[in-house]
Every structure is written in structure tokens, then in C-alpha cells.
Ligand binder design. Structure first.
Ligand code: SAH
Length: 220
């Protein structure tokens, strides 16, 4: 066996461990989410120096002081959106592009926004080299949403803000869902699921979480 194959074997072993923990420790039950996480090679989304830690049960540092979210939080947020493969999804805070890849596996099209230009360019290249053809990624302030492609079936925000950005709710379809960490300070948030109604929206709280800050017009 050559060393490339050994590395792949080691990574699939670790990926299997991650999936076990998502099922048993965290109670993720949506098989399509678990399957997507079994398919997307997370080790290609973390810096090369920490590749061996890619499947650990925590967030990891990426470039520009940002993080790739913990596998559980990626699974949980995706599961709460209830994707079936037909949706048009908006993602804010693409970072490494890992969550983008999971969303792109489970929906029809993903429009993703990342504030930091360097991260946006790297994520775009990574996703293209992995063969994702249903992702459009741009750099900018995602708290304004992306009105050119609205309305969205689902919106995922991967950074924590002080409240629910109004433009994002406006760009959701009636019945569409927005998942976002919201907190009064920058160090902790609660995971909030918003469902757009004919008039206004409803909110459900899925408990505490910790994200990097959502920085922008409708963020911090
Ligand atoms: N899902 C990503 C998480 C990256 S961390 C991953 O797993 O890799 C959150 C990202 O949100 C950071 O890259 C940060 O730069 C970005 N961000 C913060 N505020 C933003 C904004 N207003 N618009 C778009 N991206 C933003």
C-alpha cells in the first residue's frame, strides 16, 4: 500500500468515528445529513498542518483568525433546515467552504457569502476542485443577504450576531427557514431557527452555542 492510500484509510477511519459520535453522542438522526458528512472530505477544508485533527469533535482554526465549525454544529444546523434536494439556499459566513459543501450536497443550489476576500477565494477554488457545480460564492457583507437570487428556501448563518438581520428574513420564502446564532455579546449565542410566515415570523431556540462574530451592517 502506498502512503497516499494509508492517509486516505486513516482519514476514513477518523471520519467513521465522527459519524458515530454525531449519531450516539449528539443524536443526529437525519440520514441524508450523515451521508453528506460521510462523503465530504473535511480534511481538505482545514490547513494542511492540522489535517490529522480534521475529524475531531471541535472547531479548528482556519486562515484570518476564523474557524471551521465543529462537526456537530454543522450537522445540527443542516438538520434543522430539513433539506430535501430541491432548495435554493443562502449561506452567510462560508469560511473554509465545508458547510457550503454539505449544503450543496443536500440542495439544488447554494449562494454563499464570505466577508473575508482571502477565505472566499480559497473556498471557491476548493469547492470547484472537488467538483461542486451548484455553488456561487462571493465576498461581501452577508448580513444584507443576496437579493439578486431571492427568495430562498433556507438560509444558514455561520457567525453569531446581536439579532436577526431583517434583510435575511425578507429574502426567505413563506415557510422558509433561517438558522442563526444570536447572542447579546460576542462570546456566546443561542441557536435560533426562524420560520417565515405570511405575516412576520416564528422563532425556536435550540440552546447555547459559540461562533465567531457576524460583522456587518446588520451584525456587530
Ligand atoms: N461554516 C464555516 C464557518 C466559518 S466561521 C466553516 O465551517 O468553515 C464564520 C465565517 O463568517 C468567518 O469566515 C467570517 O469571516 C464570516 N463572516 C463574519 N461576518 C460575516 C458577514 N457579515 N458576511 C459574511 N461572512 C461573515
Amino acid at each position: 500500500m502506498n502512503s497516499g492510500a494509508q492517509i486516505t484509510d486513516e482519514m476514513s477511519f477518523q471520519r467513521h468515528g465522527m459519524l458515530e459520535s454525531l449519531r450516539t453522542k449528539y443524536g443526529i438522526t437525519d440520514e441524508s445529513v450523515l451521508e453528506a458528512m460521510a462523503t465530504v472530505p473535511r480534511q481538505l477544508f482545514v490547513p494542511a498542518a492540522i489535517k490529522s485533527q480534521a475529524y475531531k469533535d471541535n472547531a479548528l482554526p482556519i486562515a484570518s483568525g476564523q474557524t471551521i465549525s465543529q462537526p456537530f454544529i454543522v450537522a445540527k444546523m443542516t438538520e434543522l433546515l430539513g433539506l430535501t434536494g430541491t432548495e435554493k439556499v443562502l449561506e452567510i459566513g462560508a469560511g473554509s467552504g465545508y458547510q457550503t459543501a454539505i449544503l450543496a450536497t443536500l440542495s439544488r443550489r447554494v449562494f454563499a457569502i464570505e466577508r473575508l476576500d482571502l477565505l472566499a477565494r480559497e473556498a471557491e477554488q476548493r469547492l470547484a476542485s472537488l467538483g461542486f457545480r451548484n455553488v456561487v460564492l462571493k465576498s461581501g457583507d452577508g448580513t444584507n443577504g443576496w437579493d439578486a437570487y431571492m427568495p430562498y428556501d433556507a438560509i444558514l448563518v455561520a457567525a453569531g450576531g446581536p439579532g436577526i438581520p431583517e434583510p435575511l428574513v425578507k429574502q426567505l420564502k413563506i415557510g422558509g427557514k433561517l438558522i442563526i446564532p444570536v447572542g447579546e455579546d460576542q462570546s456566546s449565542q443561542n441557536l435560533i431557527l426562524v420560520t417565515r410566515k405570511e405575516v412576520g415570523y416564528s422563532q425556536e431556540d435550540f440552546g447555547p452555542c459559540a461562533f465567531v462574530p457576524l460583522i456587518g451592517k446588520h451584525g456587530w
